[in-house]
Design a protein around this ligand. Structure first.
Ligand code: CU
Ligand code: CU
Length: 288
């Protein structure tokens, strides 16, 4: 049965409650932290050697699609009515809008140490202790909109420009690819600092705290953010009929990216699935 993923702003109070309860149950079992670890393990930047499956790479989109399916499967084994909601950050743009409410994700962190104090994932409520952080802190951290150095979420116009690129990805297939939908959406831009963070990357920075680190999966907003990024990939496919994942073939001998990226028919670790197998999700879930 094909299930739906909904906009988080349309969830009923009971759907919100069930989604939160399923996350907390996976956390209690220790399963949630396995996803945090897996994501950290695959956070290889393009300045380092080795295969890049998750970031700064063409397979950014299929790799995260597969990660989301894993998490969603785990949530649905706890409660089969649950699916991952998406957060459309071009519409819900303030730090008090959905999903930052008391009954969903709670709000921003307090000023002194960025500790989230409200909602089900506040450390003080005892259900969300950080085990795999980048510091020793056991509490979830956020700094919505970067209070000390404010930035805005990406706009609908910026996303539209990104969607208009008809080519999936371009050489050198990394964070410096100036053309191609994938890097425009992943968001490694020109320059340094805040101006260089686009779309997906900018949202991680806007949330701040754990979301701005390799341990971003600790914040449940990670799933809603990436569900929206995943939806944007589907939207791009609809706009550019027949446009496929690139590269179709692995880079040739002598190419600096040889062995460092995943071509359309190659297997992605840790699952052994190919980007091609993940291009169409319509038999599994759809967005409403
Ligand atoms: Cu990631
Ligand atoms: Cu991300």
């Amino acid at each position: 049965m094909v299930y739906t993923r909904k906009n988080v702003s349309t969830l009923t109070p009971s759907e919100r409650r069930r989604f939160v309860a399923a996350l907390i149950e996976l956390k209690r079992r220790g399963e949630y932290d396995e996803y945090v670890r897996m994501h950290m393990q695959y956070s290889v930047p393009d300045g380092e050697g080795g295969l890049r499956a998750a970031h700064m790479t063409p397979s950014f989109l299929p790799w995260h699609r597969r990660l989301l399916l894993d998490m969603e499967g785990a949530l649905r084994r706890v409660d089969e009515s649950v699916s991952l909601p998406y957060w459309d950050w071009t519409r819900d743009r303030t730090s008090t809008a959905v999903p930052w409410t008391e009954d969903l994700l709670g709000g921003t962190g307090r000023r002194s140490d960025r500790q989230v104090m409200t909602g089900p994932f506040a450390y003080q409520h005892g259900q969300w202790t950080i085990k795999e952080g980048v510091t020793d802190a056991e509490y979830l951290m956020r700094d919505l909109s970067r209070s000390r150095n404010p930035i805005a979420l990406p706009t609908a116009r910026e996303l539209k420009t990104t969607l208009a690129d008809p080519v999936y990805d371009t050489p050198p297939w990394n964070s410096t690819s100036a053309k191609g939908f994938r890097n425009k959406l992943e968001g490694w831009g020109q320059g340094s600092g805040a101006v260089s963070w686009r779309n997906h990357n900018r949202v991680h920075r806007w949330v701040g705290g754990h979301m701005a680190t390799g341990a971003s999966v600790n914040d449940p907003v990670f799933w809603m953010h990436h569900a929206f990024v995943d939806l944007v990939w589907s939207r791009w496919q609809l706009m550019h009929r027949g446009a496929r994942y690139l590269p179709a073939k692995p880079p040739g001998p002598g190419d600096a990216q040889r062995g460092r990226i995943v071509a359309r028919h190659e297997k992605m670790p840790p699952w052994g699935v190919t980007p091609e197998e993940l291009e169409d999700h319509s038999t599994v879930y759809r967005y409403v």
